[in-house]
Ligand binder design. Structure first.
Ligand SMILES: [Zn+2]
Length: 192
């Protein structure tokens, strides 16, 4: 008998809906089958375990194609992707923190820019019209200077964000790339 001929529909045992998987032939609760709108009983022919195994095998065998497809979908569904990521982070807080740490280590200049923005937000120095790309560019530059010279360069707020006389803004025009030594010497002073 071919698979098509014995394509099993869900059936009742007592008051429980059951279905036999086309692939592993196990009879399972209908909860163990993915939904398939349009199928006679609204369920896939193979159980979740079999379906996921087949999908994982395909993903492994076509890794590049799969990655491309995922990226393509994500670029067309940015909001959905964000929502899925946020939901995942809520359910897996520890893995999320570990992923974040790994990413931060791999992108120190982006992490510095992000931390600076967060600190600025606390002091109300962050403004909506700031050009985040140009701000990030200063942090990228500091990272490149550090790598090129072998000593630390910082991004400094020319006018400090917190000062008794003036309060600078976290905007690109108020950022300069200086050596860490010069930054320490300058401290929180305003150079006018
Ligand atoms: Zn199965």
């Amino acid at each position: 008998m071919t698979k098509r001929n014995r394509a099993a529909r869900a059936f009742l045992i007592g008051d429980t809906m059951m279905k036999t998987c086309l692939n592993c032939n196990e009879t399972k609760l209908t909860d163990e089958f993915h939904q398939r709108p349009g199928a006679v009983d609204g369920l896939r022919g193979e159980c979740k375990v079999c379906h996921n195994a087949r999908r994982n095998a395909w993903t492994t065998a076509h890794y590049d194609e799969h990655t491309e497809r995922v990226k393509d979908w994500q670029s067309r569904n940015i909001d959905k992707k964000r929502a899925i990521t946020a939901e995942w982070a809520k359910v897996h807080p520890e893995q999320q923190l570990e992923l974040q740490r790994t990413w931060n280590r791999a992108h120190p200049e982006k992490t510095r820019a992000w931390n600076a923005k967060r600190r600025a937000a606390k002091t109300r120095a962050a403004v909506p019209w700031a050009d985040q790309r140009l701000i990030q560019f200063k942090y990228d530059l500091a990272a490149r200077m550090t790598e090129a010279t072998g000593y630390q360069w910082d991004v400094d707020h020319i006018i400090p964000l917190r000062h008794k006389l003036v309060c600078g803004l976290h905007v690109e025009n108020n950022l300069q790339v200086i050596t860490h030594t010069a930054n320490i010497k300058k401290g929180n002073r305003v150079q006018l």
